[in-house]
Design a protein around this ligand. Structure first.
Ligand SMILES: NC(=O)C1=CN([C@@H]2O[C@H](COP(=O)(O)OP(=O)(O)OC[C@H]3O[C@@H](n4cnc5c(N)ncnc54)[C@H](OP(=O)(O)O)[C@@H]3O)[C@@H](O)[C@H]2O)C=CC1
Ligand SMILES: CC(C)(CO)C(=O)C(=O)O
Length: 339
C-alpha cells in the first residue's frame, strides 16, 4: 500500500510586513505547510490583488498569495466552514512594541494551550518572556533574522538582503528541552525547504540575539538620534566615539549573562559596511515616519538586565534616555493631530 502523505503543518502568521511576507512565501513554498496570514491594514487590497514581490531569493512574483488571508486573528481561529482550527505553529513578525501592541494579545485567539509552537521572528532582547508566561506549556521558537526586506504601498515587497537567519528553541521549565528542540528542528526544516537563503538551527539563540544587538543597539539607535545614515555616521567619526564604546557595553552585558561573544565580533560589526553605505536603519525610518520605535526591546530590556547583573553602561543609558524623549515628541505630535 502506498504510504499516506504527511499532513501539512497548520501555520498562522501575524505581521505580514517586510519580514513576515517573505516568511509566509517561504513557508508556503515548502509544501509542508498550510499558511494562513492575518492582514490588518492591507487585508482588502491584498486579498484582491495579492502581493507583488521582488526578491533576491525568490525572484519576481505577481499577484502572489499564501493559502489563506484573513482580517483578524479571530477570523484565523476558524476555518472557511466556521470550524475551530488548531495551529501547529503561530509565527509572529510584527514590530516588537510590548507597551503598545503586546504579542500575547494579538496571538491569543490562535494559540492552543500545549499544542501551538510560537515562532518569534523579531528583533530585540527579552521578547520571549511574556509569551512564556502566558503559555507555559507551549514551545517557543526564537529567530534572529538578517534579511533586508520592506513593503511599499500598496502591496509591493522588496527583499534586497538575503533571508539569512538563526532559529532555536527558547527553553523553559514548562516543556522538556527535547520537545522544544524537536519543534524548532521541524520548523527550521520547513523554512529551509521553502528556499530561504540560510536558516540555521542553533541551541543558544540568545547568544545570536546579543550578537545582533551589537548592530541594532548601536547603529539603529545612534543613526535615529542623529538622523543620519550608516555611511554618514561612519564618516563622521561617531563610530569610534559612540558606536564602538556602546558595542563593548553590550558585549559586557552579554558576557555577564553567560553569552560570551568573540571579541573580534565588535570590530567586525563596526567596520563591515562601506563608508558610502546609504542604508537607514529601521529605527531611523520609524522616527522619520513618526512611528513607534522598538526602543524597549532594543535598549530598555538590555539596560534592565545590565542593572541586574551589575554592568555599567553609561553610553547605552544616555542614548536610551534621549530616544525616549524623541518617542515622547512623536507621541505628542500624534496627540495634537488627534491621532
Ligand atoms: N525589515 C527587515 O529587513 C528586518 C526586520 N527585522 C525585525 O523583524 C520584525 C518585523 O519587521 P518588519 O517586517 O520590518 O516590520 P513591518 O513594519 O514591515 O511589518 C510589521 C507588520 O505587522 C503588522 N501588524 C502589526 N500589528 C498587527 C496586528 N495586531 N495584526 C496583524 N498585523 C499586525 C503590520 O500591519 P499594518 O500594516 O496593519 O500596520 C505590518 O505589516 C521587527 O522586530 C524588526 O526589527 C529584523 C531583521 C530585518
Ligand atoms: C540591519 C537589519 C536590516 C538586519 O539585517 C536590521 O535589523 C534593521 O535595520 O533593523
Amino acid at each position: 500500500m502506498p504510504s499516506q502523505p504527511k499532513p501539512l503543518h497548520q501555520i498562522c502568521l501575524i505581521g505580514s510586513g517586510g519580514v513576515g511576507t517573505i516568511a509566509s512565501l517561504v513557508l508556503t513554498k515548502s509544501n509542508l505547510a498550510r499558511v494562513t496570514v492575518v492582514l490588518r491594514s492591507k487585508f482588502a487590497y491584498v486579498s484582491q490583488n495579492g502581493w507583488e514581490i521582488d526578491s533576491i531569493d525568490h525572484g519576481q512574483l505577481l499577484r502572489w498569495k499564501p493559502h489563506r488571508i484573513v482580517a483578524s486573528a479571530l477570523d484565523a481561529a476558524k476555518d472557511e466552514e466556521g470550524q475551530p482550527v488548531e495551529y501547529d505553529y503561530v509565527v509572529v513578525c510584527t514590530k516588537q512594541l510590548p507597551e503598545r501592541n503586546p504579542v500575547v494579545d494579538m496571538l491569543s485567539p490562535v494559540v492552543t494551550v500545549g499544542k501551538t509552537a510560537i515562532v518569534m521572528i523579531q528583533n530585540g532582547i527579552g521578547i520571549e518572556q511574556d509569551v512564556m508566561k502566558k503559555w507555559p506549556s507551549n514551545a517557543v521558537i526564537s529567530s534572529v533574522s538578517h534579511i533586508g526586506s520592506a513593503i511599499t504601498e500598496p502591496n509591493i515587497v522588496k527583499q534586497v538582503g538575503k533571508d539569512v537567519s538563526k532559529m532555536g528553541p527558547h527553553y523553559h521549565t514548562g516543556l522538556d528541552d527535547s520537545e522544544s528542540m524537536k519543534r524548532a528542528q521541524a520548523f527550521v526544516e520547513m523554512y529551509c525547504a521553502g528556499g530561504a537563503s540560510v536558516c540555521e538551527l542553533v541551541d543558544d539563540i540568545q547568544k545570536a540575539r546579543w550578537e545582533k544587538l551589537l548592530w541594532n543597539g548601536t547603529f539603529n539607535t545612534v543613526c535615529a538620534l542623529s538622523r543620519i545614515n550608516v555611511g554618514e555616521l561612519q564618516r563622521s567619526g561617531g563610530r569610534e566615539t559612540m558606536l564602538v564604546p556602546m558595542m563593548w557595553e553590550i558585549w559586557r552585558i552579554a558576557k555577564a549573562t553567560g553569552h560570551e561573544l568573540p571579541e573580534s565580533v565588535v570590530e567586525w560589526m563596526a567596520y563591515r559596511l562601506p563608508n558610502d553605505c546609504d542604508y537607514k536603519p529601521s529605527m531611523l525610518v520609524d522616527l522619520e515616519e513618526g512611528r513607534p520605535m522598538e526602543l524597549e526591546v532594543i535598549l530598555g530590556n538590555p539596560l534592565k538586565i545590565a542593572k541586574e547583573v551589575g554592568v555599567e553602561v553609561p553610553n547605552l543609558d544616555m542614548v536610551y534616555r534621549l530616544l525616549q524623549v524623541q518617542q515622547w515628541q512623536i507621541d505628542q505630535g500624534k496627540k495634537s493631530n488627534g491621532g
